[in-house]
Every structure is written in structure tokens, then in C-alpha cells.
Design a protein around this ligand. Structure first.
Ligand code: ARG
Length: 556
């Protein structure tokens, strides 16, 4: 269609690339170029619009593409495409791999997850896990090589605190012989953390242990490994439940191995300054609207920081993978941190590829503040998942006897679809009741739609004819034709919500279609056509749900 417009423009002496977009008014598409042309060629948009419209209407192959092309004031060309066009495009789309999305071939590290070892996952870890995994899936689907890295917070103060607790609890046991389990860990961290709040002395002790741990003190390293093993196994269990997976289980500890090399490299660039015993790098820029503080590479006591370990991680990733891009799916409140890290990466010639922080908003409670328990603590992720499960099971009698695996899939769908339909920057209120409903913009609605059609259609390997049977049929087919572009834009902007919202619209179109087109008792071409349409509809739903990390249950 663009080609036809381009050629018509050219024949009329206008040299621009046409822009045709979806129309949500009376037409299928619209061309908005009349204003641009009017400006460039000093005519009125009406004159140009009429001229183009007439030329298009005179084309020999008009009906291959169009049903109606007309000018609308003040300067739009409304386009209604022909049935032949829709059917031809649909046939083409059905043949295309990856639903017609454009292929890509980059190497992209996706950094998501980011849990702090020794503490259980909480609500704050939900969004990075599911948005990060969705972005990873989408980029991979388009042909990119993605490397998902969990970037554990595995050497921070919480580790020093737990080690302190262990040493207190097992004063007479050789560190090698100390045994800890998850229950022990779950009790110890909050206990020591509370002690440190009350007692400055203990706090300093824990800080010292942390520092010595970072320096690799062997006795602490033995305990560190034990804590890591127990905690990571538990973290993995919950990620598995959410179908969230990582290629790399690296963390800040791994990054620390590169710090010396990195520091040497940065010092050679001549950008490292001494400041009160600390090593810093200035990164202010002239047009900064907010003050960007200097990057602290090393504190005066030699301890390294969250920011230096992120920089060292970039250094390691460049060394190991030469990625084209590194994408961070991390809480939006960390945007200054990433501004600093990214600036040093460029200024210090550590990495020149694309660095992107996709900062997401918070999951809020009914009061629209970040989700907390009644007593003000963060809610454990496992507890939150359990509440969604309970709600789903209590909805209907049948749900109580449902297959466990199916329940898990639906619980995932409820949580993920509720999250992923929002532009990731936005905060949203976690409303389990609303998220679980089958009627509404919810995961269950999408699953229900899929299963409903799956029941009535059978495999059909014919090709569709060039007939469209009703307005709702037409709308559904046009909706399906949008899928390639939706995947492309979701990947380009790294925003899964495009896919979630499209899925909802597609399901609405499909349900409308189904209500208005009798499927039973059909025969011949019409039966084939409608069956092929619904088959393809379900193929799209299934593929896109997978990209969002949602699996389809057998029944619901
Ligand atoms: N562990 C960090 C925190 O709890 C999140 C890590 C995010 N990823 C990163 N590369 N900085 O805040």
C-alpha cells in the first residue's frame, strides 16, 4: 500500500515517503501527508488531497488494494482496504516465520532479577522478573542472541550480617562443619539486621565482616558459599514457579574479580581523581538539569560499592560477550545510579555499545503506595503468589479440583498479564480480585478465549479464499494483520505492554467474531475459511502469551 501511494505521489511530482497509519475512525488506515506536501509545494492540503485521491481512484489495480479512498477535511486521506487486499496480506502473513516480525541479529545482555542473597524474594522483585523475562523472550524471538543475567546482590552488607549471626551461633564449630538451612537463614537475617539497628557496635562489626568478605577472607568465604547455596536454591524455586530463567547466575562477587583490572584501565584513561582517600570520577555534564554526583570507584577504606560493581560487570560483559546492547530492567528509582554508571562506561572507554535502563514503577497496595503488609513490612513474593492462588481457587467449585499444573499456569497468567499490560514505567495497584476475573482485561480472559476456540476448531490445512463474510470477520482479520508491527515495536522500545494490549484487543475481536458468525453447521469454503481464521488467531495468542511468559492450561 505504501508503494502505491509512493508511486502516485511521484507521478504527481511529489517526492516524499508516504506515512500510512491505522485509523480509528471510519476508515481502516489514513494517510496524513497532505499537510506536509502542502507546506513543501505551496498548495492547500485540500487541493493536494483531492488530487491524490482522484489519482488513486483511477488506478487499474485499485480493487486489489482498496475498497474506498476518499479525502476528508482538513487534510486526511481515508483508506478502506479491499477484501482481496486483506486476504492476500493474511495469506502472506500465515506463511511468514516469526509472525512477520523483522529478524534481528544482535547480542544483548538482559540484566534482571537482581535479588539480594540471604533474603527471601519480596514484592519488589516481581516486576523485574516478569518484565525482564518478557523482554528477554521478545528479543530472542526476533532472532537476537540474548544473555539473561540475574546479577545477584551477593556480597553486600546483608551477607556480612548473616555471617556475623552464624559466627555468634556457632562459636565453637569449625566453619567447614557448620550446617545451615533455609529456616535458619530466614530467622538469622532479620534478627541480626534488627540488632544492628539498635547497636552501633554490632553494626560496625558487620560492616567490617562485609569488607573482609569482599577482600576474600577464607573463613568468611566458606560461610559465604554455604549461605549462597541455601539462599539461591530458594530463590530459584520461586523463579521456576514464575517460569523466569537466567543464563548466568553471576553477581557482584563475580564482578569484584574484575575491579583491579578495571581500576587500572580507568587510571590509564587519566580520569580517576583522589578525593579524601577515595577514588572518584567526575561525570557532570554542562546541560545537566539535576546534579550528577561524581562516581565513586573506591571508598577511602578500599571497599567497593554497588556502582563500582555494576561498572565492573559491564567490563566483564564486554570482555566475555562483546554485546551490542545491555538492558537493565531495574526499579525506576535507581535511575541516577545508572546515569552515573553509564557515563563512566563511556567516558572511561569501558563500553561503547548501547546501555539502557528500563526503569519500572512500583507495585502498589490499595492506598496507592508501594505494597506493604499491615504492619509496614515488605510482602514476601511467595506469600503474594499464594494469595493469588487462594483467590483463584475460591472463585468456583471446579477450581478446587483442578490439576495443580493448570492452577499454576493460571496464577502466572493472572499476575503477569496484570503487570505487563501497563507501560512498565507506571505504578499499578495490585488488585487480586480484579486481576482474576474472566471478564475484563485479564490473563484469565485471554486464556479463556484461547481455550474456547481451541475446543471448536480442528486442524485445517487449506488456504483461505478471498471472501470476507461479515464486518466482525473483517475486523478480526485486520487486527491479525497488525501483529508483526506490534512485536517489532515491543522489541524496539522494550515494552511488553504493546503485546499485552494487542492480545486483549485481538481476543475482543475474536469473541465478537465468534458471537456474530455461526460456526456450527457450516460446510465448504466458508467452513474452511472461518476455521483457518480461528486457527491462526489461536496461533497468534499462543505465540504472544509465550512471549509474555504465560503458558496455557489444558482447561479452565
Ligand atoms: N540488588 C539490587 C538491589 O536490590 C538490584 C540489582 C539490579 N541490577 C543491577 N545490575 N544493578 O537494589
Amino acid at each position: 500500500m505504501e508503494q502505491i501511494f509512493k508511486k502516485t505521489f511521484k507521478d504527481l511530482g511529489y517526492d516524499i515517503d508516504p506515512k500510512i497509519s491505522k485509523s480509528n475512525k471510519d476508515a481502516d488506515f489514513q494517510c496524513d501527508d497532505c499537510f506536509k506536501l502542502a507546506k513543501e509545494y505551496h498548495k492547500s492540503p485540500q487541493v493536494i488531497g483531492e488530487e491524490i485521491t482522484q489519482a488513486i481512484n483511477k488506478l487499474d489495480n485499485f480493487s486489489d488494494y482498496f475498497k474506498e479512498v476518499s479525502f476528508a477535511n482538513p487534510g486526511f486521506i481515508n483508506i478502506k482496504v479491499s477484501d482481496t487486499y486483506i486476504c492476500t496480506k493474511l495469506k502472506e502473513l500465515m506463511e511468514k516465520p516469526i509472525l512477520g516480525a523483522t529478524k534481528e541479529n544482535d547480542t544483548i545482555v538482559v540484566d534482571y532479577g537482581g535479588p539480594n542473597v540471604a533474603k527471601p524474594l519480596h514484592v519488589g522483585h516481581l516486576r523485574t522478573a516478569i518484565i525482564g523475562q518478557a523482554i528477554n523472550n521478545i528479543l530472542k524471538f526476533k532472532g537476537n542472541k540474548t544473555i539473561g543475567d540475574v546479577h545477584l546482590g551477593d556480597i553486600g552488607l546483608q551477607m556480612g550480617q548473616v555471617i556475623y549471626g552464624i559466627l555468634e551461633d556457632f562459636p565453637n564449630t569449625k566453619v567447614e562443619d557448620i550446617e545451615i538451612d533455609l529456616n535458619y537463614l530466614n530467622e538469622t537475617y532479620p534478627k541480626v539486621s534488627a540488632l544492628c539497628e539498635e547497636d552501633e557496635n554490632k553494626k560496625q562489626k558487620c560492616a567490617l565482616i562485609t569488607k573482609e568478605l569482599q577482600d576474600g577472607k577464607p573463613e568468611y568465604m566458606v560461610l559465604w558459599q554455604k549461605v549462597l547455596d541455601v539462599s539461591v536454591a530458594d530463590i530459584k524455586r520461586i523463579y521456576d514457579y514464575l517460569d523466569v530463567h537466567f543464563d548466568l547466575w553471576y553477581g557482584e562477587k563475580k564482578a569484584s574479580e574484575y575491579l583491579e583490572e578495571l581500576t587500572n584501565h580507568l587510571e590509564k584513561q587519566g580520569i580517576v581523581k583522589e578525593d579524601d582517600g577515595a577514588k572518584i570520577i567526575e561525570i557532570k555534564e554542562e546541560d545537566d538539569k539535576v546534579e550528577v554526583p561524581p562516581f565513586i570507584l573506591e571508598k577511602s577504606d578500599g571497599a567497593f560499592l554497588y556502582s563500582s560493581s555494576d561498572l565492573a560487570t559491564i567490563y566483564q560483559r564486554e570482555k566475555d560477550y562483546h554485546p551490542d546492547a545491555i538492558v537493565y530492567v531495574v526499579d525506576a528509582r535507581q535511575s541516577m545510579h545508572f546515569t552515573q554508571v553509564f557515563r563512566v562506561a563511556k567516558k572511561g572507554n569501558v563500553y561503547h555499545g548501547i546501555l539502557k535502563h528500563e526503569g519500572y514503577g512500583t507495585v502498589n497496595g490499595p492506598d496507592n503506595r508501594p505494597f506493604k503488609t499491615r504492619s509496614g513490612e515488605t510482602v514476601k513474593l511467595e506469600k503474594l503468589i499464594g494469595e493469588v492462588r487462594d483467590e483463584f481457587i475460591s472463585l468456583r467449585e471446579e477450581n478446587k479440583t483442578m490439576d495443580k499444573e493448570d492452577i499454576d499456569k493460571i496464577v502466572n497468567a493472572i499476575i503477569k498479564f496484570a503487570d505487563l499490560q501497563n507501560n512498565l514505567e507506571r505504578n499499578y495497584i495490585f488488585d487480586i480480585k480484579k486481576f482474576s476475573e474472566v471478564n475484563g482485561k485479564t490473563g484469565p480472559y485471554i486464556l479463556y478465549t484461547y481455550l474456547r476456540f481451541n475446543k471448536i476448531i480442528s486442524e485445517n490445512n487449506n488456504t483461505i479464499s478471498n471472501t470476507i463474510y461479515s464486518e466482525t470477520d473483517r475486523s478480526l482479520r485486520l487486527k491479525m494483520l497488525e501483529v508483526s508491527e506490534i512485536i517489532d515495536i515491543a522489541a524496539k522500545e522494550r515494552r511488553p505492554h504493546y503485546i499485552a494490549n494487542y492480545l486483549y484487543e485481538l481476543c475482543e475481536s475474536a469473541n465478537n467474531f465468534y458471537q456474530n458468525n455461526r460456526m456450527s453447521g457450516l460446510e465448504g469454503t466458508k467452513k474452511d475459511d472461518l476455521e483457518i481464521i480461528l486457527n491462526f488467531n489461536n496461533k497468534i495468542i499462543e505465540t504472544l502469551l509465550k512471549l509474555l511468559g504465560i503458558n496455557i492450561p489444558k482447561v479452565m
